[in-house]
Write a protein that binds this ligand. Sequence first.
Ligand code: URA
Length: 276
Amino acid sequence: MRLQKFLARAGVASRRGAEELIGAGRVRVNGAAVAEMGTKVDPERDVVEVDGARVLPPAGERTVLMLHKPVGYVTTMRDAHARRIVADLVPSGRYPGLFPVGRLDRDTTGLLLFSTDGELGHALLHPRGHVTKRYVALVEGVVGRREAEALRRGVVLDDGPTLPAEVEVLSGRAADLAREALVLPEAQAKKMPREQARALRAGCGAGAGACSCVRLGIREGRNRQVRRMLACVGHPVLALHRESFGPLDLGSLPAGEWRVLDAAEVAALAKAAAGE
Ligand code: URA
């Protein structure tokens, strides 16, 4: 396997990023620095290091799975602080090399992908792929046309303007369903007094304590982006859930459960990552 492919499949960097690491002399194979792009490695036998740290060989068969992340879990595979982490919920022993594709905040619920194929993971997160992630948010206040339009066009955050987004303010039955789904996990995780949870569930109207449900589709994946976008237009997020990632919907997968994607789903993801 070519060295840059090995590094990309192992999740070290994109293929282009791997080429830069090689060009910069940061990669060693069996103890010797390598600057040749075409260098071939045997994933099982050769010892590859980046900046002195061993890179484990990528898994032979690629496995991609989705987890319905519950509220209160940190997106990491290791944690020194003994917090609840997503690694506790997925079968990483059965699928060595499994890592989360991007992250959801501790209090965000919904679809989180995992892959043993670093290259696919990087491609899915690269803004070039423009893979749309769709969220439903319960927010403070009544979201009006002006704010929805501002989100649609893009807002300016402290790390730069956002790309245009898909925005739909939910009403009627759709809002009722979204509110039910969003409030319950949040209320349980935060041990919210029953009164407060009931008020939140009932609160999507006018007046003090009003809230709204908004569906937002974004193609980027900046840190806490959805929360920051909604706060920027004056509607702080009370609860956030990711319902889809590119062509994949969470469907009826229960919170805390995972399932392995089938070949057609992985192919659809790879296609989306390639911008097709
Ligand atoms: N945007 C956020 O603000 N939080 C998430 O967890 C995901 C997207």
